[in-house]
Design a protein around this ligand. Sequence first.
Ligand SMILES: O=C(O)CCC(=O)C(=O)O
Ligand SMILES: [Fe+2]
Length: 362
Amino acid sequence: MSTASMFSVKQLVESGFCAKSMPSKYVFPRSDDNSVVHYIPDEAKVIPTIDFSLLTSGNPDQRSKVISDLGNACREWGFFMLINHGVSQDLMDEVIKVSEDFFDLKEEDKRDYAGKTLFDPIRWGTSFNVSVDKTLFWRDYLKIHVHPQFNAPKKPVEFSETLREYCERSRKVASELLKGISESLGLGKNYINKKMKIESGLSHQLLVINLYPPCPEPDVAMGLPPHTDHGLLTLLMQNQLCGLQVLHDSRWVPVNPLPYSFLVISGDHMEILTNGKYKSVVHRALVNNNATRISVGTGHGPSLDTIVSPVEELVNWEGDDRDCDRDRDLPAYRGIRYREYMELQQSNQLNGNSCLDHVRIL
Ligand SMILES: O=C(O)CCC(=O)C(=O)O
Ligand SMILES: [Fe+2]
């Protein structure tokens, strides 16, 4: 089915068609949720928190401490909460506001951007990819390729300037984090940014705005099923409503972020690049039945034409060094062009099976 002929979740809800129950297409088979083991809310307290200002404070002791914390967070969780990142609360509020305004446009205005292909500059749609989804997800989205070429819908009028600034600022934060992550791996500070063509201004950035309207049956619907993100890092924020869960030690950990923090998600390309030392984190978004949740993510990746493979310095390419742990150090992933990887993820069902399986060397 094409998105053009679909109802958005927002439209379904507003039509009053599913006030008490929802169409069966939205019932998410719990058996597909193959990784649910336990649900321990208290663990949310232990999600690693990184203070961004200590990375840039100029104090070398503070910097080395935070770099070691960053490394631990990436190795053990592939996820952390980022505070004191310098992006203003006003700007974050404004981003949420213009996002709401976009989804509040008339359906026909949004249909100008109804999903066609992955590399369309602006794509509005519902679920994940309605041509492959077996179950529909309780989520509408707007995805925009915002770098190296910035794009924005014409309406609402404030959208373009607000998002341009936000995207630029989040790119700076991501690039600073990548410097810290690079150092935490024992590589030079600029190693990752250079290798991923981020330094040369060609990095790819995708803005994803997710809208999860109130759902009459939140326990059986799914906002976004378990998945990993494709890029290096995603910076996520939300309108103060929870719903995100990350998989940690085979348990779902609900994420209750500090207001105005960023949730940083390590993606598949971080895992490929580091030869599995830093994992991409499996996460999902649940829905609720009383308010509309909005989340805004910026995905930061290499330039689309970069072929990403494990970093030479982290791999024993020869496989003949008897002194080192061969299993750990042999290349675990084949190289793949970022653009092709994104296409691969888009054409597969988003059902918890990471797309990394396609590039893993068994
Ligand atoms: O809405 C959320 O919290 C998660 C969104 C997400 O995982 C994504 O857009 O890839
Ligand atoms: Fe995600």
